[in-house]
Ligand binder design. Structure first.
Ligand code: ADP
Ligand code: MG
Length: 450
């Protein structure tokens, strides 16, 4: 077998072992340079592809190579060109199915509420979401039997809904007889409220208790909704006892959801809890590449680089930026260069959400702890208000570098020594208390994330 055939055979094998999105991102633009003395040299388009292949895929690549040619003992990766060659006639490995799709129109299924656009195959995996993705796949293969409930949490726009729906879609595919429902917690709440009003709560109970898989998205919205919590508690138990799968998501861990009944919290904590953190730079690049490939568009490397460096905390925003550039390319029939990109994205990147302000911090803290903004500013010494107030002070200081007297003035006319006390308290406690650290991290994500 010559070296080109060897590499094509390897790629063909690997294609079955990893998701199409990851394949397209990391392997599609690779080639073989040489094969000598047991070493195969592979060309890769850039240095982070090289790192990714070395760290993540080297084992399967080497195994596939060795399986086809026993002499191969080692693989080396070489960066061969510094950017994607737009419009060049470079040979591209056979098109993947997704490349042929032109922005497909998907319909949300009325019965399950699932959107077929969310699948595992277009879900990019990196260290930030490896655990929830692996657990989600396990759940979709054996619903009700492995992790029950399965609880995913993470900041806004980081793929919770995508992952939950991918499980649902996979179960539909693999177990056609199973009854599945996806529902955002807010919608569930309004169903409970209206069925109480219409005296049809029995119908609602029956509807949810006959399911095999119930997916409740954004359960933080159950905070303070007592009736809904009670109804959900009984539904949860009924399903759980029959080994039916329950899948939940939230923007924070169960212990940080305010005004959630203890019995519900302990149910949420009874299975697998997995968090989606923030994607690193390489993964943000991978996501951009996979998504542009899906749309059959190639954007210059420096343009992708710029987007991935500028948008760090929200995959939905990454997609939004990409869409704007794709629209430009469609209209102008050529890709935007870096200058044009900067101009096109200027507004998004410098929008108020990117830089925060006092109002935003107070609003976010109040909403997080289920308080009114004016509670934070009032004189109350109630325990449930003091901690959020200290957290607000801490964030105003760390994020905006405001002076203590100024913060004091803004936070209900407090003396600056009170402000210093609040700031130091949180600063010290964060070092000892994992939960508090997590809460503050989540708050930061929300302050900048939306
Ligand atoms: P969340 O529910 O956490 O707010 P979503 O699931 O709605 O976030 O994700 C926001 C957007 O980003 C969606 O269009 C989704 O398809 C996309 N997205 C999120 N994570 C990934 C990922 N790992 N790979 C590919 N696309 C992703
Ligand atoms: Mg969501």
């Amino acid at each position: 077998m010559n070296k080109e055939d060897l590499w094509e055979a390897v790629l063909a094998q690997i294609q079955f072992n990893i998701s199409p999105a990851n394949f397209a991102t990391w392997l599609k633009n690779t080639g073989v340079i040489s094969k000598k003395d047991g070493t195969v040299w592979i060309s890769v388009p850039n240095s982070f592809s090289r790192e990714w292949l070395e760290n993540k895929y080297n084992k399967i690549i080497l195994k596939a190579l060795h399986g086809l040619d026993e002499d191969v003992k080692e693989v080396k990766y070489v960066v061969e060109k510094a950017g994607l060659k737009i419009g060049s006639q470079e040979k591209i490995f056979p098109l993947l199915e997704t490349d042929q799709l032109e922005l497909p129109e998907f319909n949300i299924d009325k019965g399950t509420n699932l959107n077929p656009r969310y699948t595992f195959s277009n879900f990019i995996v990196g260290s930030f979401n490896e655990l929830p993705q692996a657990a989600a796949i396990a759940v979709s293969r054996e619903p009700g039997l492995v992790y029950n409930p399965f609880f995913v949490y993470g900041g806004v726009g980081l793929g919770k809904t995508h992952l939950l729906q991918a499980v649902g879609n996979d179960v539909v595919k693999n177990f056609s007889a199973k009854k599945i429902k996806y529902i955002p917690a807010e919608k569930f709440t309004s169903e409970v409220v209206s069925s109480i009003r219409n005296h049809s709560i029995e119908n609602l109970k029956a509807k949810y208790r006959q399911l095999d898989v119930l997916i409740l998205d954004d359960v933080q919205f159950l905070a303070g909704k007592e009736k809904t919590q009670e109804e959900f508690f009984h539904t949860f138990n009924a399903l759980y006892e029959k080994n039916k799968q329950i899948i939940l998501s939230s923007d924070r861990p169960p212990k940080a959801i305010p005004a959630l009944e203890e019995r519900l919290r302990s149910r949420f904590e009874g299975g697998m809890i997995a968090d989606i953190s923030l994607p690193d730079f390489e993964t943000r690049m991978a996501i951009l590449k996979a998504k542009s490939q899906e749309r059959k568009v190639e954007l210059p490397e420096d343009v992708l680089n710029y987007i991935a460096s500028s948008i760090q905390r929200n995959i939905r925003e990454l997609e939004g930026a990409l869409n704007r550039l794709i629209a430009y390319q469609r209209i102008n029939t050529q890709p935007p260069d870096l200058e044009i990109t900067k101009a096109l994205l200027k507004k998004t990147l410098s929008s108020p959400s990117k830089v925060t302000n006092l109002k935003k911090i107070l609003q976010t803290v109040a909403e997080f702890y289920d308080l009114k903004e004016r509670d934070l500013l009032a004189c109350s010494r109630k325990k449930e208000i003091i901690k959020p107030r200290h957290v607000a002070i801490y964030l105003l200081r760390t994020e905006l570098k405001l002076s203590y007297p100024f913060i004091g003035k803004k936070i209900g006319g407090k003396d600056h020594t009170t402000v210093i006390h609040g700031y130091k308290k949180i600063m010290n406690e964060i070092l000892k208390d994992e939960n508090l650290k997590e809460e503050v991290d989540l708050l930061r994500q929300r302050i900048y994330g939306i």
